[in-house]
Design a protein around this ligand. Structure first.
Ligand code: COA
Length: 151
């Protein structure tokens, strides 16, 4: 198992992981657009050539954001997401960010537990943020991790 930076040309492989983790996962083009956009960066975990988890972030000025995080269902509860979040924290610090933000659905218990374990705290709630089609929309919990002043 290896954790490393991911690049725009790998977006299609990341989209395959995203599609296995989320109903209505993001396309390769969407992921490439975010990864190659201002401040975009991603980290993946792989075994051989196949990624089975990744985190996609954006760092602009002194703030960074986790845009998405996905681990293949078959590879869960092995600490991979926590390792990806911790690596993203390091990368965001290196980019000069003092805060790392994210949004997560209020009913996503695994992710809420993961982010709490990583040290994030709730700083807000966006009502009806996630459109779920025929189902009621879901609130987004806004979480923040203080990265401290850049050195
Ligand atoms: C959320 C997700 C990324 C977690 O990935 P993972 O690799 O299984 O997580 P880890 O093994 O690193 O778990 C770290 C900690 O998070 C918490 N956690 C993770 N999954 C959990 C679950 N199903 N139930 C309760 N707590 C959970 C636990 O505290 C866990 O530590 P522990 O195993 O020592 O108890 C994964 O379930 C996933 O891809 N879900 C679908 C996509 C998603 O919701 N992404 C996040 C929102 S952007």
């Amino acid at each position: 198992m290896r954790l490393r930076g991911a690049w725009g040309h790998e977006a299609q492989a990341l989209a395959a992981v995203h599609g296995r983790a989320f109903a209505g996962g993001w396309s390769g083009a969407e992921i490439a657009g975010l990864l190659d956009g201002p401040g975009g960066f991603a980290l993946l975990v792989e075994d051989g050539d196949a990624p089975f988890g990744f985190i996609l972030c954006r760092a602009v000025a002194d703030e960074a954001e986790i845009l998405t995080l996905a681990v293949d269902p078959a590879a869960r509860r092995r600490g991979l997401a926590l390792a990806l979040v911790q690596a993203a924290v390091g990368a965001a610090r290196m980019a000069g960010a003092q805060s790392l933000f994210l949004e997560v659905a209020h009913d996503n218990a695994p992710a809420l537990a993961l982010y709490a374990k990583a040290g994030f705290a709730q700083v807000g709630l966006r009502r009806g943020y996630y459109d779920r089609g025929a189902n009621p929309s879901a609130d987004a919990v806004v979480m923040r991790l203080d990265l401290g002043p850049s050195v």
